[in-house]
Design a protein around this ligand. Structure first.
Ligand code: SF4
Ligand code: SF4
Length: 273
């Protein structure tokens, strides 16, 4: 048997002399760096661009949902944190007189992620065949109840981008689900706007979509959850004095507390954001 030969180059005499104290080099280096104390939760420092935070279910440019309820994300999840139930778009078409939730045959009727189980590995995102599922940079996921940590579809679904039409509505005329997947649908069309105007004249997304169709506004851009805005120390002090949890929001909580997370959706399942 040959003698063991280390692959790393052996140290010279000076290197061997300082080897016992070499580890202190890290400590000494750190001692002279400026100290940075992050003032969380008053000031939120954005995490790295590819940070794995809360999930998001995305939409196509015309507002239809990308999720087809295939459950591949649920099967890929090592923590069994996702629950999906798919349903037929044909049922929605019959019910609404022509509208559908996503392009193609199926859509995700029930979509849940249990954030008490999720380890934020991102395998679900890799498994998704339509790029419906992505992860945002939002890391504020704690809450006071277990039930509230199960996020439902309405908590995860991105709102329609400015200029897109909320679903259900028909697909763009003459396209297939493959056209959608290949990015050939870039904005709502006049026919889709006319359909929504006929079936849901009060739809809040209608005006902006009509502007896009008429060329008065730019086509919709994809949306991404962003970090919630920083609250001031005074906000937190006031909410704590009122018996609230600074930064948290629960069902039935005072609107003043909800104001700490401006731009957030209405109180959701279990009440925890
Ligand atoms: S990030 Fe990982 S653990 Fe969390 S839901 Fe996706 S696959 Fe499951
Ligand atoms: S998120 Fe993607 S993988 Fe999961 S059910 Fe929807 S389409 Fe399928």
């Amino acid at each position: 048997m040959s003698e063991y030969q280390p692959l790393r180059p052996t140290k010279g005499p000076v290197g061997r002399l300082f080897a016992p104290v070499a580890g202190f080099g890290v400590t000494l280096g750190a001692m002279f760096r400026p100290t940075v104390t992050e003032q969380y939760p008053f000031e939120k420092v954005p995490p790295a661009r590819r940070y794995h935070g809360r999930h998001q279910l995305n939409r196509y440019a015309d507002g239809l949902e990308k999720c087809i309820g295939c459950e591949l994300c649920a099967w890929a999840c090592p923590a069994d944190a996702i629950y999906v139930e798919g349903a037929d778009n044909a049922e929605v078409v019959a019910e609404t007189g022509g509208g559908q939730v996503s392009p193609g045959e199926r859509y995700g009727r029930v979509y849940q992620i249990n954030y008490l189980r999720c380890v934020f590995c991102g395998l679900c995102v890799e498994a998704c065949p339509t790029r419906a599922l992505t992860m945002s940079n939002d890391y504020e996921l704690t809450g006071p109840t277990r039930a509230g940590m199960i996020y439902e579809k309405q908590d995860l679904l991105a709102p329609p981008a400015a200029g897109a039409l909320a679903g259900p509505h028909p697909m763009v005329e003459g396209t297939t689900d493959t056209d959608y997947y290949q990015g050939k649908v870039t904005a709502p069309t006049a026919e889709q706007v006319a359909w929504v105007r006929e079936h849901r004249p009060d739809d809040p997304t209608l005006a902006e979509a009509a502007d896009v169709v008429d060329g008065r506004a730019a086509p919709p851009q994809p949306t991404q959850h962003t970090l919630r805005p920083s609250a001031t120390k005074a906000d937190y002090t006031r909410v704590a004095a009122e018996g609230g949890h600074a930064g948290d929001r629960r069902a039935g909580e005072a609107p003043e507390a909800a104001a700490l997370v401006p731009g957030a959706a209405a109180p959701r399942n279990g009440g925890v954001r």
